[in-house]
Design a protein around this ligand. Sequence first.
Ligand SMILES: CC(C)(COP(=O)(O)OP(=O)(O)OC[C@H]1O[C@@H](n2cnc3c(N)ncnc32)[C@H](O)[C@@H]1OP(=O)(O)O)[C@@H](O)C(=O)NCCC(=O)NCCS
Length: 205
Amino acid sequence: MDAAQVHDRATYLQVAQLHAAAIHQGFLPMLGAEFLALLYQSIDECAESVLFVEREAGRVIGFVAGAKSMRSIYRQMIGHWYRLARALIPIVLKPRHIWRIVEILLYNRADGGGPNLPTYELLSIAVDDGFRGRGVARRLYMRLVDHFHAMDASGFRIAVGSKLDAAHAFYRGMGAVEVGEVEMHQGKNSVIYVHWLQTNRLTAS
Ligand SMILES: CC(C)(COP(=O)(O)OP(=O)(O)OC[C@H]1O[C@@H](n2cnc3c(N)ncnc32)[C@H](O)[C@@H]1OP(=O)(O)O)[C@@H](O)C(=O)NCCC(=O)NCCS
């Protein structure tokens, strides 16, 4: 995976805004654009993770993020300690939010619903609603598939909020299979999918 930052700050902010607008279920949008932008910058900078974007007239209209593990991303975020501290101020004032962050960390440490799942993971994908249904997500997903394949991954997992209906249809259509369910945030479930690469090799065109 790319060992250096590929995109610029304006891109991270646009990705953060798209995440907050498109992915309604889940906790991350509550952490604010500043935190999300730093998260996506860290994903982009980290050697074990990747961020692909699609643009239209210079603006981000879709993105996908994937990683071999979250640990190096957290480490990268801590490297930006000043921005991280600033982004975390509104969060530490709300203990409920801290507990949810702990839940996210626990999910990643617990392999997200099963012991033999791949460590590689599709972290998030979103397309601006004005550009959906035109194959943007399919292209982004295929870039990630090819990327993980080049990393010799046997497959990758995806945690999907149970209410994100379009996402479930999309992942199933792309060849991911449901392998279980995990409680992410106090009663809110996520379905865990795996896209196996050895038996499901797909090639971007
Ligand atoms: C899910 C999402 C990324 C799909 O983006 P998209 O660019 O519209 O998807 P594409 O046009 O590339 O569609 C790819 C395939 O998925 C299927 N698909 C996409 N959206 C679908 C929907 N709402 N219902 C049923 N199938 C859908 C399409 O049928 C298509 O298959 P085809 O190529 O055989 O026709 C988009 O709806 C989105 O951003 N949703 C909100 C964010 C989200 O939930 N992200 C997942 C978080 S885990």
